[in-house]
Write a protein that binds this ligand. Structure first.
Ligand code: C2E
Ligand code: MG
Ligand code: MG
Length: 699
């Protein structure tokens, strides 16, 4: 570092120039002197300019004739009236305050290279400043311009820059003693001689800094330092160089305060780890902090359980009540979740309605603790949520896996907890614990999904038909079209194996359209053969989320030339319940095209009978479980039949297997039935044969 960058500094004693004690004036902490004393003091006769400055008021109180010359003033009165503070930069005022404080505390003088601006002309002088107690007890400053500086322009400007820069520059001896501080550096320490070592707060960081310096002759780091404002973050650069005064090796330390930046960074970091809606930690937090917790447990041999939580039918809330209500529900659930946990449990929202909880082992029985917590969560999250005038009930499903038994890192544990959750949802029992068997099932599912995509591309689906008959007469009225998958290796696969999966991945749209098209063609074909049969086709709720559903069906009508009056579309109650405007519109458009609409599996969902009146429903299919229950036909079936009769809706009993069941239906005036008593679902050609048996030859 070039020595020219530093103002020349030496600590000098002003002993020779100081007025003698018996004259009643002292420096530093001694007795006060008066300017009248000075008028008569030998200072008057000195050729060196000397003046007394009032730091607090920015005024010269007294000056000898030589000083009047330096300040370009004709009279002392005029000079004393000048407001020196007015044009002074904040840095210089700050520096004067520092000097004042140093005088008060340490009774020292200081030599500084200053540029004065008497009547606007710069004059650079070496000034020895000494503390001077004023008559009213305040600390003033006696200034003595010991010489006009002959320094060149570059040096002068660099010295000035050093005074004004906000960068803190300190020169330390190799032992860490402060040899020089620029005003910015001086402002951060209480004591002007504060050493280097006491400043860096973290010993380890200090050691690393020294080590870097030893190796490279320079070092740089962001460290927390102790300052007069408290601990601050400084970006510190240290270099080894020579002291231009004594020639010895010294450290040049330059520092920039980056505390605000650090704080902004910390806040941004905090935000990056938070979910903005609920304020809970988010997925990034999980990757870092959950993993850290697991690492800690691993080191101590502890155990933990990871609980994956998902709210049942949350999507229906969002779809039917709007995202605003959905959001408020999530915030409420997040608060309950948080309040139910113990302080050392970790929680996060992964997104949507998915939450994650990490329960750590406390008393050596992680399973018992987890079971207790799960029970509490079910109770708390299951309590009615009130939002405005709405009352809602939410049931959580939970998938649980254990650390370290079921996985070592958070990613693996999340995958396994997710599998357990998937099973809990599929079984509808709310809570699932991970078992290795689930991994195999998941693999099978992935394989099945791949196969299913190929099946759609290669048209591996067939449609089978189950007869629908008149209960009273046994006459064949129609058939339900039921899909089957002709798998190249597995043979004929039943719909319960793949319909759910195809609903999850959206393939149901293509499959559903294909079934409807095949069924429509079959209906037209049988019609052409003189057999009027009404064919019913299942529509999945997922198909209603397809905006092109109505167009697709209209195209099928055009392409096949079928009569929509002879096609019945079976929809489930969940479609009716989650009804948004587009679903209602689609249902009305389909009815307007002439399709009949049936509610399938009636009684298994959440029956809200209001829709029966609101929507153009022609048929209600009573679910098999009410017909073929263990204790005979359920009384609920009777209730449904009575209700439908009142509403003018036709009834179909599903899954009729015995004559007794049929007799009962006949007695209750049920319109139609289907079931194994007559026939299972059959391929079209076999259905035709069965048809011949039932109704005799066509014609
Ligand atoms: P679903 O629409 O309620 O169809 C009736 C189911 O009950 C059929 O099962 C049928 O074979 C079966 N079944 C009929 N009578 C009896 C009986 O007497 N005893 C017993 N045990 N079962 C009987 P399948 O064909 O396995 O279809 C199961 C479900 O898969 C259907 O229930 C339907 O929800 C769905 N599904 C079938 N094909 C399609 C389709 O093309 N599209 C859609 N979206 N879903 C379909
Ligand atoms: Mg059906
Ligand atoms: Mg059904």
């Amino acid at each position: 570092m070039d020595a020219a960058f530093f103002p020349v500094h030496q600590d000098l004693m002003l002993s020779a120039l100081a007025p003698s004690r018996h004259a009643g004036a002292t420096r530093g902490d001694g007795e006060a002197s008066t300017t009248a004393d000075m008028e008569t003091s030998p200072l008057q006769r000195l050729r060196t300019p000397v003046w007394l400055y009032d730091i607090d008021h920015g005024r010269i109180l007294w000056a000898n004739p030589a000083a009047l010359g330096l300040w370009c003033s004709d009279t002392l009165e005029e000079l004393c009236q000048r407001d020196m503070a007015r044009e002074m930069s904040p840095t210089i005022s700050q520096r004067l305050r520092q000097l004042q404080q140093d005088f008060r505390l340490h009774d020292r003088s200081s030599t500084e290279l200053w540029t004065l601006y008497p009547r606007g002309t710069p004059r650079t002088v070496d000034i020895v400043c000494t503390g001077w107690r004023l008559p009213d007890g305040r600390m003033g400053m006696l200034c003595e311009a010991v010489g006009e500086s002959m320094t060149d322009a570059v040096t002068l400007r660099s010295a000035e820059a050093m005074v004004h820069t906000p960068a803190m520059v300190t020169l330390y001896s190799v032992r860490g003693r402060a040899l020089y501080r620029n005003p910015a550096a001086r402002a951060t320490v209480d004591h002007p001689e504060a050493g280097a070592r006491s400043r860096v707060l973290d010993r380890r960081e200090l050691r690393q800094l020294i080590e870097q310096l030893r190796r490279n002759g320079q070092a740089r780091s962001t460290v927390q330092v102790s300052t007069s404002l408290g601990p601050r973050w400084h970006d510190i650069s240290v270099r080894l160089c020579r002291d231009p005064v004594e020639g010895r090796q010294v450290f040049l330390v330059s520092e920039i305060d980056i505390t605000e930046l650090k704080q902004a960074e910390a806040r941004a970091h905090w935000l990056a780890m938070r979910d903005t809606l609920t304020g809970l930690p988010n997925r990034s937090f999980v990757s870092r902090d959950f993993q850290q917790r697991l690492d800690g447990l691993h080191a101590s041999g502890g155990e933990a359980a990871l609980i994956f939580i998902d709210l049942d039918r949350f999507k229906a809330v969002n779809d039917s009540l709007g995202h605003d209500i959905g959001d408020r529900l999530l915030v409420e659930i997040a608060q309950r979740l948080y309040a139910t946990l113990e302080t050392d449990d970790l929680v996060a929202r992964l997104g949507g309605d998915e939450f994650l909880v990490l329960v750590s082992d406390r008393d050596g029985d992680i399973e018992r603790r987890t079971r207790q917590l799960v029970r509490r969560l079910q109770a708390e999250l299951g309590r009615t949520v009130v939002i405005g005038r709405l009352q809602m009930q939410v049931t959580p499903s939970m998938g649980i896996c254990r650390f370290p038994r079921d996985g070592h890192d958070i990613e693996a544990l999340m995958r396994n907890a997710d599998l357990a959750l998937y099973r809990a949802k599929a079984q509808g029992n709310g809570v699932g614990w991970f078992t290795p068997e689930l991994v195999r099932q998941a693999r099978d599912r992935v394989q099945l999904e791949q196969d299913l995509r190929i099946a759609v591309e290669r048209h591996q689906f067939e449609v089978h038909y189950q007869p629908r008959l008149h209960v009273g007469s046994g006459r064949l009225l129609g058939a339900e079209a039921l899909v089957r998958w002709r798998h190249p290796r597995r043979g004929l696969v039943q719909p319960d194996v793949f319909i759910g999966l195809s609903e999850e991945n959206g393939l149901i749209r293509a499959i559903g359209a294909m079934v409807l098209e095949k069924a429509a063609r079959q209906q037209v074909l049988w019609q052409a053969q003189g057999r009027t049969l009404r064919i019913s086709v299942n529509l999945s709720p997922r198909q209603f989320s397809d905006p092109a559903l109505v167009d697709t069906i209209a195209r099928i009508v055009r392409d096949t030339g079928c009569d929509p009056q002879q096609i019945e579309l079976e929809i489930t109650e969940s479609v009716m319940l989650g009804q948004d405007d587009s679903t209602t519109l689609a249902i009305r458009q389909l009815a307007a095209m002439g399709f009949r609409l049936a509610i399938d599996d009636f009684g298994t969902g959440y029956s809200n009978l209001a829709y029966l009146q609101r929507c153009p429903i022609s048929t209600l299919k009573i679910d098999r479980s009410f017909i073929a229950g263990e204790r005979g036909v359920s009384p609920l079936a009777l209730l449904v039949l009575t209700m439908c009769r009142m509403l003018g809706i036709e009834t179909v009993a599903e899954g009729v297997e015995t004559e007794a069941q049929l007799d009962w239906l006949r007695a209750q005036d049920c319109d139609e039935y289907q079931g194994h008593l007559c026939s299972p679902a059959l391929p079209a050609d076999q259905f035709e044969r069965r048809m011949l048996e039932l109704a005799g030859p066509a014609g």
